[in-house]
Design a protein around this ligand. Structure first.
Ligand code: C5P
Length: 301
């Protein structure tokens, strides 16, 4: 989460995340699944801007940043992109017991239905932006508790660390040190996947793998060993639901990535590279293969 200097209002950049490990441990009685996951935030950002507004009204406009180079900023319907932003704003105002309005602007760059948690990151950024704009001074742990009610990935984005191991339904967050800069190529195929549908179609893992090995290797920054510990229980059901994920897996497995995996509940797929130069080369090769939108994004230590 990055604050941007603004003369008016508050701007917060909301990063995407990648799951380098996601083990579905079991089903819960509340309809969710217990997870053991390792997430890193990467430098692909949406932006949430918050401005003072008269009265108590909360308003939101959403823009599709991908279009801005070719045509004037296109407005997206808030129901598509910004639902969680308005929910986060409403929840924060209620929690703080205040009667203040805000004008919110969301600029989308992170693809949706992609397993990159763009919506959750936007919600976390909204809490951070309004906490500042309204002068509430809520600590991050309090915002994490609020965020958990908005989505399982929201607390991760409020942990003040580029990487974390998350447990429970995702809300138990243990920050993690990253030993070196990590470079990824990320592809979002033409169609997305519904998180709920992928979870409905998954079986809890019976493998005796644990996130600990990967967590240790990330701290030491050893790429090949890290990549050997990549795991995602949701990849198999996601590939059954969306053959575009399989197409990406096949393409990535023929390239010299240190490792590759589907992120979260998909449909995005990523490869871990040995350098930024290699990431840029493989990204242009992937663009030529026309399997989807392609991004190069890093994770800072
Ligand atoms: O928490 P979030 O709103 O992101 O979750 C979306 C859906 O994904 C949930 O409604 C649930 O069906 C599924 N889910 C799950 N177990 C988790 C996280 C999400 O079953 N730990």
């Amino acid at each position: 989460m990055l604050f941007r200097h603004q003369t008016v209002g508050v701007a917060v950049d909301a990063p995407a995340k990648l799951n380098l490990f996601l083990k579905v441990v079991g089903r819960r009685s509340d309809g969710y699944h217990d997870l053991e996951t390792l997430m890193v935030s990467v430098g692909l950002y949406d932006t949430v801007r918050a401005f003072d507004a008269p009265g108590e009204q909360l308003s939101l406009v959403c823009f599709d940043a991908a279009r801005t180079l070719r045509e004037p900023r296109r407005e997206l319907p808030p129901a598509d992109a910004g639902n969680l932003v308005l929910k986060a704003a409403t929840l924060l105002a209620q929690h703080a017991g205040i009667r203040r309005g805000a004008r919110l602007e969301l600029t989308k760059r992170i693809p949706m239905a992609a397993g990159l948690a763009g919506g959750s990151s936007d919600a976390a950024a909204t809490l951070v932006a309004l906490n500042r704009l309204w002068g509430l001074r809520l600590p991050l742990v309090e915002m994490q508790r609020l965020g958990a009610a908005l989505g399982s990935d929201v607390p991760f984005f409020l942990c003040n660390s580029a990487a974390a191991v998350c447990r429970g339904r995702g809300e138990i967050v243990e920050p993690l040190a990253v030993g070196r800069r990590l470079h990824f190529v990320v592809a979002r195929p033409p169609t997305g996947l519904s998180t709920a549908l992928v979870f409905q179609n998954c079986q809890p893992s019976r493998q005796s793998i644990s996130v600990e090995l990967l967590a240790r290797e990330i701290g030491r920054g050893r790429l090949e060993r890290m990549a050997r510990s990549f795991h995602n229980t949701l990849q198999e059901p996601a590939e059954r639901l969306n053959p575009e994920v399989t197409r990406l897996r096949r393409w990535f497995s023929r390239q010299p990535f240190a490792g590759h995996l589907m992120s979260g509940s998909g449909s995005s797929y990523f490869g871990l590279c040995r350098s930024r130069t290699q990431a840029l080369q493989l990204a242009s090769r992937l663009r030529a293969a026309r399997l989807g939108d392609v991004f190069v994004a890093g994770c800072r230590p």
